[in-house]
Design a binder for this molecule. Structure first.
Ligand code: 13P
Ligand code: SF4
Length: 299
C-alpha cells in the first residue's frame, strides 16, 4: 500500500480531518482535507468537531486548533516547528506593559503562543486585522503585538495611532525594496502582491498586501495573468494548481519558512498510526486563550 493510501485508510478509520496551512509542502497540501490561511484554519477548527484533527503547520496554529476544539485529539506532526515571531513576546512581558498602561487594549496577532493569548484582549489574523482594529473605539489606546510591520501597515491604512511591539517575522522582514525593484524590472507587466508582514516601504511598492487566503482569491479573480508573489514560497503550489493559465513569480531570494516545511507525509502517517504527538494544553490556558480568539471570531 502506498503512503497516500495508508494515510487515507487511517484517516477514515480514525474519523480524522487533516488541516494544512498554505505554506506547507505541496504533497502535504494535496493530502489535506482543507488548506487555508490562519483565519480560515481557525474557523475550520472551530466548526469541524472532528474527533481527531491532524494540524499541518507551525505550533501556534495547532494550539489554536486545540483551543477551539478542546474535545478533539489535535495531532501536530512536527512538534518542534515554532514560529520565530510568536516567540518574540510572552504573557509576563505583556502583563508588565499593562501595569504601566492599564487602559490599553492589547491586540495580538494570531501568530502568538497559547500562553501569550491568555494575556491579551483580542486576536486578529492578517485576514481580518483591519476589521478588528476598526472595531475598537477611537478613544482607546492600542498595543499591537508582536508584528510591528503588520501593525504599522494597518495603522497607516486606517490612520489609527497605535503602539507596536518590537517583533517581526524574519522571513517577511527580510524582503527589501531592492528585491521588489529587481522583480519589477524582470516582470514589468506583473501585479505585485505581498504579505502585510512585509515592511511598510515594501508594502508601499506593491499593488496590494493580502493574507495568504486573500492572495489566492485575488489571483483567481484578477484580470491580470502575471503576478510577483511577495510571501513564503509554499503558497505558489496552490496558486499554480488553481490557475494553470497564469504565471506566478517568487521573489529572489525566495522567502522560505523552514518551520512550515517540517511536516511530511511520513510524519502525518506516523501521527495517525500512533495518535501522537498531541497538542496538550491545560484547561485554564484553553479557557483564557479562547477569549481573545472568540472575540475575534465574533467580528
Ligand atoms: P496568513 O494568515 O496570511 O496565512 O499568514 C500566516 C503566516 O504565518 C504568515 O507568515
Ligand atoms: Fe512565523 Fe514568519 Fe513562519 Fe509565518 S512565515 S510561521 S510568521 S516565522
Amino acid at each position: 500500500m502506498s503512503i497516500l493510501e495508508s494515510i487515507h485508510e487511517l484517516k477514515e478509520s480514525r474519523h480524522a480531518i487533516i488541516l494544512a496551512h498554505n505554506y506547507t509542502e505541496g504533497p502535504v497540501q494535496d493530502v489535506a482535507d482543507f488548506v487555508g490561511d490562519s483565519l480560515e484554519l481557525s474557523r475550520k477548527a472551530a466548526a469541524c468537531q472532528a474527533p481527531v484533527i491532524v494540524f499541518c503547520g507551525v505550533r501556534f496554529m495547532a494550539e489554536t486548533a486545540k483551543i477551539l476544539s478542546p474535545n478533539s485529539i489535535v495531532l501536530h506532526p512536527a512538534p518542534d516547528s515554532g514560529c520565530l515571531m510568536a516567540d518574540m513576546v510572552n504573557a509576563a512581558a505583556i502583563n508588565a506593559y499593562r501595569q504601566k498602561h492599564p487602559n490599553t487594549i492589547v491586540v495580538a496577532y494570531i501568530n502568538t503562543t497559547a500562553e501569550t493569548k491568555t494575556a491579551v484582549d483580542i486576536c486578529c489574523t492578517s485576514g481580518n486585522a483591519e476589521k478588528v482594529i476598526a472595531s475598537i473605539p477611537a478613544d482607546k489606546s492600542i498595543l499591537f503585538l508582536p508584528d510591528g510591520n503588520l501593525g504599522r501597515n494597518i495603522a497607516a491604512k486606517l490612520n489609527r495611532p497605535m503602539e507596536f511591539w518590537p517583533g517581526c517575522c524574519p522571513i517577511h522582514d527580510g524582503v527589501t525594496t531592492e528585491t521588489i525593484h529587481q522583480a519589477k524590472l524582470q516582470h514589468p507587466d506583473a501585479e505585485i502582491i505581498v504579505h502585510p508582514e512585509c515592511r511598510p516601504e515594501v508594502v508601499a511598492m506593491a499593488d496590494t498586501a493580502l493574507s495568504t487566503g486573500g492572495m489566492l482569491t485575488h489571483v483567481k479573480e484578477s484580470g491580470c495573468s502575471e503576478f510577483i508573489i511577495g510571501t513564503e514560497a509554499g503558497i505558489l503550489h496552490r496558486m499554480r494548481q488553481e490557475n494553470p493559465q497564469k504565471q506566478f513569480y517568487p521573489l529572489s531570494p525566495t522567502p522560505i519558512c523552514h518551520d512550515m516545511k517540517k511536516v511530511t507525509l511520513e510524519s502525518i502517517l506516523s501521527c495517525l498510526q500512533n495518535l501522537e504527538p498531541r497538542v496538550e494544553l491545560d484547561e485554564e490556558t484553553i479557557r483564557l486563550a479562547r477569549r481573545p480568539i472568540d472575540a475575534m471570531l465574533q467580528i
